[in-house]
Design a protein around this ligand. Structure first.
Ligand code: SF4
Length: 118
């Protein structure tokens, strides 16, 4: 697992956005916050390393590596479908799996989501 230097991360200084309390937020507010976090992650130079770490550590809450907690849960099931069992693939294999997971989604923003053409 790669250790990510904090100075490299796009979310540095965005503590309230990424880790602020969810208490009292409506579902729409939560979705908006997640979308903003994912836009930050999309510009992050360590997005893949961050996602790998979140998956290995089973981060239960928040947006990490461009995925919400629900997406990470779904993605773990996706990895099982791809034959990885409980293992987390590394590097380009992980990227390929993320790509195939998000390719099925229409409304999700993620750096691995392929652009629609035509
Ligand atoms: S991928 Fe997102 S959560 Fe992870 S370090 Fe980068 S900006 Fe922060």
């Amino acid at each position: 697992m790669t250790i990510v230097p904090e100075r490299l991360v796009a979310c540095a200084g965005l503590t309230d956005l990424f880790y602020g309390p969810e208490d009292g937020r409506t579902e729409a507010e939560r979705s908006e916050r997640e979308a903003q976090c994912k836009q930050v992650c999309a510009m992050c130079p360590v997005v893949l390393e961050c996602l790998e770490r979140a998956l290995v550590l089973k981060q239960p809450y928040g947006v990490w590596g461009g995925m919400t907690e629900q997406e990470r849960r779904e993605f773990r099931a996706h990895l099982k479908d791809e034959g990885y069992g409980d293992d987390i693939p590394e590097s380009m294999e992980l990227w390929a799996s993320v790509h195939s997971y998000f390719a099925r989604k229409d409304t999700i923003v993620h750096p691995a989501k392929p652009a629609r053409t035509g």
